[in-house]
Structure formats: C-alpha cells, structure tokens
Design a protein around this ligand. Sequence first.
Ligand SMILES: C[S@@+](CC[C@H](N)C(=O)[O-])C[C@H]1O[C@@H](n2cnc3c(N)ncnc32)[C@H](O)[C@@H]1O
Length: 284
Amino acid sequence: MTLYGIGLGPGTADLVTVRGRRILEAADVVYSPGRLSRSVAAEHVPEDRIGDLDFPMTRDEDELRRAWREAAEEMAPRAREGTAAFVTLGDPNVYSTFGHLRRTLSAFHADVDIEVVPGVSAVTAFTTALGVEIASGASLTLHEAARGAAPTGPDRMILFKVTDVPTTHEQLVDAGYDVVYGRRLCMEQGETVVTDDPRTLDERDYYTLAYAEKHDLDSEPATAAFEDAESERTAGIGPRVQTDGGARSGSGLCPGDGFRRETVSMERAEGEACGDEVPEGKPR
Ligand SMILES: C[S@@+](CC[C@H](N)C(=O)[O-])C[C@H]1O[C@@H](n2cnc3c(N)ncnc32)[C@H](O)[C@@H]1O
C-alpha cells in the first residue's frame, strides 16, 4: 500500500542512501521519470523491475496534469498490490517531479500511502564538489536561473537550471557577484566540470548549477587564519572557494567518466518532465 519517493542523490550509484538502496532492492517495481535516474536506479534494481513513465515535452499545464494523472493511474495499483517506488535525482522534495506525483496521488488515489526517502541533493553536494563552505552564520538562498535568468539580492545563492551560462554570468558579475559553476557533479554520466570561466560552458547542459557570492563579504570563521595565504591569493572566488580560474573535469570526489555528447541530449528527460527542458525546435 506504499509508494516510496526515493532520492537517488546527484547521479552516482554509491551516493544513494542505505535506506534508499534497501527499499529499491525490495520494491516490486521502481518507476523512473528519466534516463539519468533510471541509470542510477539500475545499479540497484534489475532492469525487469524498472518501469518507465512517459511524459510529454511540454510546459502546457493541462497536458502536464493529464500526464501526471496517467502516471498515477499506472503506479497506484502497483502500490496497492505491494511496494512501488518512484525515483528522482537528488532529493524528491527539491525542484523535483515528485511533488507532481505526490499531489496527484493524494487527490485521486488517497488510499495509497506515500513515504519519502531523502536523497543527497545538489543543494548540499555542490559544496563538496565546488569546494565551498557555508560557514556558521552565513545564509544561502536557492533560486532557479533558467534561460539566462540572473536573480540577485542575497549574499550567497545557489542557482539551479543554469541553461544559458554566458547570459546569466554577465548579469551576475555586473551585480557584484563572484560565480563558480558545477556541471554534472558527482554524476556517472557525462563529464564533471567545475569552473569560473563561463566561456567553457557555452554549450547548454541542463545539469548545470552555479554558486554566486557577493564580492565584499568579509565574514571569516576563526580558523580561516590557519589557511595557507598563497592558496587564498590564487582562489578564483573569494577565500573559501577552490577553483583554478578555468575548467577542470572529474574532481577527485565526483569524477566524470568522459564526455559523450549524445548523453547530454538524451538525458534531459527529467527536465522535460518538469516542463523545464524542451529540445531545440519544439514549441514551449
Ligand atoms: C529538476 S532540478 C532537480 C534537483 C534535485 N531534485 C536535487 O535535489 O538535487 C535539476 C537541476 O538541479 C541541478 N542539478 C541536479 N543534480 C546536479 C548535478 N549532479 N550536477 C550539477 N547540477 C545538478 C541542475 O541545476 C539541474 O538543472
């Protein structure tokens, strides 16, 4: 009688939580809304227990509602018979398709229990991958920045869905921010890139985020005094962000396995399901 919403983490099989893995291994069926989440789930679940869902590439709300009703129609009986799971990258409650499923099930299949297993979100994984510390006393604001958007105001922001890096970058710099980007962090599919050079990211990739910090922040934790002065001088974005002023791929913590162009175009399904990512040439 339970449908589990399971967060798979940023995109590598060993960052799935122990609880998430245990439920995936025991579930009768595991639904995945996209190819990337499917490939991570497939490391823990035999292919014949993974169910695919079909979502239209549209931002039309009526069409999306129809698609979610159909998806819930498919999943609810499986959850009534046994244990069903729905996986998302990162955490199910952070900018995720899972919210649509939860609302649709609650409205039309209220007898199905829903349980969420949190995942390692890009909101937290970015700190390790980008070498950022959100120190005690600091604040961090979450924003979306799709299609060249550049929200400004807070001291520190993490920007999701940065699909037009050069346009977003120019506006953030004008507004007084230092910015570092992370692409395909801790993901098995595609190349991990961490850079503060927007020119290396002019090719669009949905799995890109940015960390933006105002230039003039002067808060320093007491132990910052221990840090090597030379590395502070050469850091690209203030004292606590480690970047080489350009691109590097496959950080030791979140290595990539080599860039495959077709991966980037194929693996947009989760963005498409959210209505975020519509392939070139398709109407929005
Ligand atoms: C629909 S949101 C999904 C967020 C996910 N639920 C989470 O908690 O991380 C997709 C956006 O998250 C960011 N993102 C998620 N995983 C990422 C990763 N491994 N590397 C870089 N960005 C990632 C990107 O900005 C992408 O456009």
